[in-house]
Design a protein around this ligand. Sequence first.
Ligand SMILES: *Cc1c(COP(=O)(O)O)cnc(C)c1O
Length: 385
Amino acid sequence: MTDFSEELAALDALTLRRTRRVVDSPCAPELVVDGRRILAFCSNDYLGLANDPALVAAAQEGARLYGLGAGASPLITGHMAPHAALQRRLAAFTGMERALLFSTGYLANLGVVPALVARGDAIFSDRLNHASLIDAAKLARAELHVYPHCDLAALDAALAASSAKRKLIVTDAVFSMDGDLAPLPDLLALAGRHDAWLLVDDAHGFGVLGPQGRGSAAHFGLASPRLLVMGTLGKAAGAAGAFVAGAENAIEWILQKARTYIFSTAEPPLIAHALLTGIDLIEQGDARRRHLAALIAQLRGTLQLKRWKLLPSHTAIQPLLIGDNAETMAVANKLFERGLWVPGIRPPTVPAGTARLRITLSAAHSGAQVEALVAALMQLEREPA
Ligand SMILES: *Cc1c(COP(=O)(O)O)cnc(C)c1O
């Protein structure tokens, strides 16, 4: 019997061992880590809502009204008034007929994809899709076609060659490690031409992109009965959970079939109650989104590097490509010593040879904080490794 010591040593040898740090303060640009104040560029709290006083107050009110736990799955007694209200609010906000809540985005994808397709069907998945979509495809047992990143011609050919009964295209809207946007209008057009469904994972677009933060589909002005959107509520929405939205029958079918919905305890009602305020804050959040856009422009306009490269992203995810695993982690560690926290991302999360710092910006950051990061990065690049 192995005790995994060799396996763990192999991870160490490749600088692939993952570690955690304990944060002892609320999610914000300034964190307390091991008693030290650290300026962080790591969270997906793009609008700075995770510790917003109005959201925290709404959660407290939710706890007073509904207690803590839901006590059961939604199809037993766990579907409570705030869950129902939030589902209606999310459907209206995203312009879809109906929405269904899940406990996390990971569980939403794991439930939705196998509900939509099974053996005899086919999934067409972008090579850079999030791990939850990759795992969901395995669970579904449908034939899997992985197409090169945003390669519409390859996708078109794969769809044309498929004789599957039902076809499902799945894509991140904003790619989580690259920050670029999928060509959603073209993908929807292909879905139409080949009678396929399109499932868009909007984890990083919901709340940030589109008018009033209504998400990536709204950003492109998309509407179609074959479009399903999965949005997460733990990123820009500042809380936890996720939803899938789409046409009435498709959502009803997912409710009937998604095992991660049926066999899992409903999200705590105080979270759903708080998120009703969270969606209001997103809707009224144009000033936050404008400030975030200004910070993105500041970073891209002032960071001047020779060897390392900012990937061409216009979203809050600003990956700095370094390439080598060891150098990437060394830079991340040096930044941390200086009081700046930017996570290094290595394979298998990203392809081999493309290790990077994943800088994420939030409306809660200040221009001075971005300036501090830019100065430190330019200095570290010039230092000998
Ligand atoms: C974070 C993320 C998820 C998972 O959402 P959680 O609510 O954190 O489980 C799914 N898809 C993408 C693209 C993500 O970035």
